[in-house]
Design a protein. Structure first.
Length: 488
């Protein structure tokens, strides 16, 4: 090898020749499979995790093709189209203004002109393939029930857009434009974003999946609990909708999606309220639901704090999504709307520390399905036995106070749901203003209060967001889902 010993006279050791490693006792090596070879070359064909399944009742639905684990990514998909500017801001603002005025003379909420224009821009930006997929959502079914107000609205918007946008290239016929707007209104995951597979997921107030949309419009569908094969993939059509009362959820989904939710959670909550009337008939009017007598006597000095009714219940005892302060136990100082319905700081802090420290009225009894309002009819207090029917022609002073607070609850629910459907950048700031109003009017544990808090969670400081997430955890919200909302 040309090696020469050093002058010291030390002869180097002769190294043994290299040998291949022994395979004794090991199984024979198999040649790589076609799948492994394709993986090494970057050509991977994985089996789909979700597929479409047709049913007679609900049409094409998204179901799990295989068993899926909690937190697993089910689907990543780009939208069929996104809005594309026409280059004429004056024309856009004119069309939005005309659409927004619809319904103003009919004593109903006007259309969201900006949202409708955004959807029209997305429709006109579609290529032929995306347009065919989109209109395929409407094949063989009526997306909006006959007589639904949304059907009339979309027809008006389509006709107005077709006449106003004659100078815009690739304008659709009125019939196709109306069908496209109907599909977007019913299937859009967010604003104008519709997905070939992701938009087929059904709604549930207790969903097994959560949809996240990136800044590029790409949909990411993740499982929030284990899903078995052939099980339907469900999502919530509005972030935090489960925090609201079942009647408000059904009203929202009917108005904005065209169906009445009959998921297990809605049926259970509705049945629970109907059975409460039967249970209350068996209780003494001055007894708690568990039969314990309540005493408000206190040896502490008379003050705002010590004179309030107390409860030994732990904070883990949850309140229903819709509840009102009992005016019989905690009378209002004033009956003027805007002052009397607002609680003072002392009561708020006590209620925040212990959800059961303030006696509340709960909804009870059967709800008339023809009533479109979300205001409760019969309210009952388990602490003092007070019961009031707000449809009664003769309400005493306490009954009128309950009616004022129930009416305030209804107005706050409508405001929150209206902001939830808005697609403008000011929605977050509007929620930030509505949140403290709900806190001081309905309390820190009311469903509308927590619903508003969830909407502004991504914009809160880390310390404040941690406190909100802790409060949401106490009412049973899954922290995995809440954290996904917080990263929006």
């Amino acid at each position: 090898s040309g090696y020469s010993a050093p002058s010291t006279g030390i002869v180097p050791a002769v190294l043994p020749p290299l040998r291949p490693p022994s395979h004794v006792g090991l199984p024979p090596v198999k040649p790589p499979s076609r799948h492994a070879a394709a993986t090494a070359q970057g050509h991977v064909q994985t089996l789909p995790k979700v597929v479409l399944s047709a049913t007679a009742d609900t049409g094409q639905n998204l179901v799990a093709a295989i068993s899926l684990s909690d937190g697993e990514v089910l689907l990543e998909e780009a939208p069929l189209s996104r809005e594309r500017d026409w280059g004429d801001l004056h024309l856009e603002s004119k069309l939005a203004r005309l659409i927004g005025s619809f319904g103003a003379d009919a004593n109903c909420s006007p259309c969201d002109g900006d949202l409708m224009v955004k959807r029209i821009k997305a429709l006109l930006a579609m290529d032929a393939e995306a347009k065919e997929v989109l209109l395929g959502f409407a094949e063989g079914q009526d997306i909006w029930p006959v007589g639904h107000p949304m059907a009339e609205t979309l027809q008006y918007v389509a006709e107005l857009a077709a006449s106003t946008l004659q100078s815009v290239a690739n304008i659709w016929p009125v019939v196709e434009l109306q069908q496209g707007l109907a599909v977007l209104a019913a299937y859009a995951v967010e604003a104008e974003l519709v997905y070939k597979l992701g938009s087929r997921a059904n709604h549930s107030c207790s969903p097994n999946s959560c949809a996240q949309i990136g800044t590029d419009g790409k949909l990411r569908l993740c499982a929030t609990k284990p899903i078995s094969a052939n099980e339907a993939i469900t999502v919530s059509y509005a972030a935090g909708l489960f925090l609201l009362h079942w009647q408000a959820r059904q009203r929202f989904l009917w108005d904005h999606r065209g169906f009445i939710c009959m998921c297990k959670r809605c049926r259970t909550e509705q049945m629970s309220e109907e059975l409460d009337m039967v249970k209350q008939a068996r209780l003494e009017p001055d007894a708690e639901p568990d039969g314990e007598q309540v005493s408000y006597a206190s040896s502490e000095p008379e003050s705002e704090v010590s004179s309030m009714p107390r409860s030994r219940a732990s904070p883990q005892c949850l309140l229903p999504p819709s509840h009102l302060r009992c005016m019989q136990c905690v009378p209002l100082r004033s009956t003027a709307l805007g002052s009397g319905v607002m609680m003072d700081q002392t009561m708020y802090m006590r209620w925040l520390v212990d959800p059961k420290s303030v006696p509340v009225l709960r909804r009870t009894g059967r709800v008339d399905p023809e009533r479109r309002t979300v205001i409760g009819v019969v309210w009952y207090c388990g602490a003092c036995g007070f019961r009031v029917n707000l449809q009664s022609d003769t309400l005493d002073e306490v009954g009128r106070q309950v009616y004022e607070l129930a009416h305030a609850e209804m107005q706050l629910v409508y405001q929150a749901l209206r902001l939830c459907m808005a697609s403008n950048p000011t929605s977050a700031s509007a929620f930030m203003e509505l949140w403290p109003t709900c806190e001081r009017t309905l309390g820190p544990w009311h469903g509308v209060t927590l619903f508003c808090a969830l909407q502004v969670l991504p914009f809160l400081s880390q310390d404040r967001a941690y406190k909100v997430r802790a409060r949401l955890a106490l009412v049973g919200a899954d922290d995995k889902i809440v954290s996904m909302f917080g990263r929006r």
